[in-house]
Design a binder for this molecule. Structure first.
Ligand SMILES: [Zn+2]
Length: 580
């Protein structure tokens, strides 16, 4: 009997028992790499949301990641984050599929111009290929065109100058244009644009397509940058949803990840200087017993990302590059670590997630601020919660329900209905929020009676738009203030007013308190309280949902010119969350 079988001399990592079971918590599935990242190498990152973790960790250890599209010097750091600068090498947002990466290259060099290259949406302009890049979209077409031109220049510079591209393949399911095959990162209609079954269809890429797209991309890349090296990874994050009703999402996830994993092997076999980094295996491997996933079974914990990056640095990065950069700490004991990690999820900006938000119903509302895109909320003044039980105070920009609702009501109006107007902001608590007007004046209620005197001193018909949030209820003579405001409106003027919940009570009632504090609660009689019929003022009420708390609040528009009714009846009034 011979002992001379082929497995006899294989190393430990070839055997499940020794390579996985006996390896403890720090399994390292990388055996050999075709190249390493050396001193001075410029590393670019792109891919689905998991790529953001890689990008973030590379920077954290002081890695020289390539950035060809830095934020404008006027942006404050938190604004730069909100506008998705610094997430990747250029501001392309998440690139979820191989086809999208290929088309990004082709669009940047001008060899592909999609039919749907711009969505005009309620007076805002949105890039269909990076719909979340700019909170609230671009203000005008010129701004969109200018930004796209410099973005494409930054993308070309990235491809021409990178030494190593780390690309994370995320999905096989994608929405594409039936006209020219342009592939979108998110389903049209979820973060902008309108879904149209005639123009948009779902496509599930197979192994051949993913492989061919990547090979084509690599060949195009090496035409402009012959020495470019690639590290491919597969995102371990499952699908948030499959578009195919006949498939279970778990089976669809396995299909998708399997296709991407096989394609990586094919690509690395068929092109030199392409490496596969097994992030997927590190996060999902049986040895981890699911502990690298958060309670939602999708998000990857910071502990899991740390494990991936330890392996990455160990194999792909020359020791000289890391120098005396802090090394990732050894993993804590599993029991303690598990508890620690539960709340400590990595905060990746996942396009996929906004589909989940769009599908979410109010009880599971994902809180997001429409003023700053912030997602962290705290209690309001005096610790109060909103009427939905959620915390109302945006921790990034400090907004409350009324600020977000008022802004959302303005965002729903056509840009050209607002942009020529001279506006008066009455006692604004927030002076830095962007306003869509040509000009803004401010009137402050500095002391009891001061607002009435200030308004009375201004010329008739001076303003085309007036904004008040919770101001009238604090005035001793609110009707006199209202009449002054109506006098200040131009013939085409509109006044936007947020009251404290007038729907909640039938009649306006007096609140007793010192001068300057809340003087009354308005009721559903608010327009007759202000004698609107006598003043020949019309009123239109929009119920607007606060994306931060799910609270629905009325926004009142008062206007004298009957033509405004039609203009205010905008088809994109944001009374409901986006639904598919
Ligand atoms: Zn905010």
């Amino acid at each position: 009997m011979t002992k001379d079988i082929p497995y006899r001399d294989l190393p430990d990592h070839s055997f499940w028992q020794r390579g996985v079971c006996d390896a403890g918590a720090d399994v390292d599935p990388v055996v050999a790499v075709p190249f390493t990242i050396g001193v001075g190498d410029r590393v670019a990152t792109a891919g689905s949301c998991f790529a953001q973790h890689i990008s973030r960790h590379l920077r954290k250890v002081g890695f020289d990641t390539l950035c060809t599209e830095p934020p404008h010097g006027l942006l404050r750091p938190q604004e730069a984050v909100a506008f998705n600068y610094g997430l990747y090498t250029a501001r392309y947002g998440n690139v979820n599929t191989a086809r999208q990466l290929l088309q990004l290259f082709q669009r940047a060099v001008g060899s592909f111009v999609p039919e749907e290259r711009l969505w005009a949406d309620g007076g805002r302009f949105i890039d269909p290929f990076r719909p979340r890049i700019q909170p609230r979209g671009f203000a005008c077409r010129e701004e969109f065109e200018a930004d796209q031109a410099q973005h494409f220049a930054a993308v070309r510079e990235a491809f021409e100058t990178l030494d190593v591209l780390v690309f994370t393949l995320g999905l096989t399911e994608a929405w594409e244009s039936t006209g020219d095959g342009a592939v979108f990162p998110i389903c049209p209609g979820v973060a902008g644009g309108r879904f149209d079954a005639q123009r948009h269809r779902m496509h599930n890429f197979d192994v051949g397509e993913v492989t061919d797209d990547m090979l084509r991309f690599i060949d195009l890349l090496r035409e402009v940058n012959p020495a470019a090296r690639l590290i491919l990874t597969v995102s371990p994050v499952p699908l948030v949803a499959t578009a195919f009703a006949t498939e279970h999402v778990l089976a669809a996830t396995t299909y998708s990840k399997s296709v991407l994993r096989v394609a990586c092997a094919e690509i690395a076999r068929r092109r030199p200087q392409v490496a596969y980094m097994p992030s997927f295996e590190i996060i999902t491997g049986q040895y981890a017993r699911g502990r690298y996933f958060a309670p939602d079974l999708r998000s990857v914990t910071e502990e899991g990302v740390g494990h991936v990056m330890r392996v990455f640095f160990r194999h792909f990065v020359d020791a000289a590059v890391l120098g005396d950069a802090p090394q990732a700490p050894p993993p804590p004991t599993p029991a303690v670590a598990h508890l620690q990690q539960m709340g400590q999820l990595a905060d990746a900006n996942c396009d996929d997630d906004i589909l989940r938000h769009a599908l979410a119903t109010t009880p599971a509302l994902h809180q997001v601020c429409n003023l700053c895109d912030g997602e962290a909320f705290g209690p309001g003044p005096h610790g109060r919660l909103s009427s939905t039980g959620l915390k109302p105070h945006c921790e990034r920009c400090g907004s409350l329900e009324r600020h977000r609702v008022a802004s959302r009501a303005l965002q729903a109006l056509p840009r050209n209905f607002l942009d020529w107007r001279r506006a008066l902001l009455v006692n604004p608590q927030r002076k830095d929020d962007p306003m869509p007007f040509r000009h803004c004046d401010i009137a402050q209620a500095t002391a009891p009676g001061a607002l009435l005197r200030d308004l009375a001193a201004r010329e008739d018909g001076l303003y085309d738009f007036i904004v008040l949030l919770h101001v009238l209820e604090h005035q001793d003579d609110d009707r006199a203030v209202f009449e002054q405001l109506v006098r200040l409106l131009s013939p085409r003027g509109v006044m936007q007013v947020c009251f404290v919940d007038p729907h909640l009570r039938p009649w306006t009632s007096i609140a007793t308190g010192p001068a300057g504090s809340l003087r009354r609660w308005y009721g559903r009689d608010v327009s007759s309280h202000f004698r609107c019929p006598t003043l020949q003022v019309h009123v239109k009420v929009d119920d607007v949902t606060d994306p931060g708390t799910g609270v629905v609040m009325p926004v009142h528009f008062f206007y004298g010119h009957p033509e405004h009714q039609a203009a205010l009846e905008t088809p994109s009034a944001p009374t409901q969350e986006i639904s598919r």
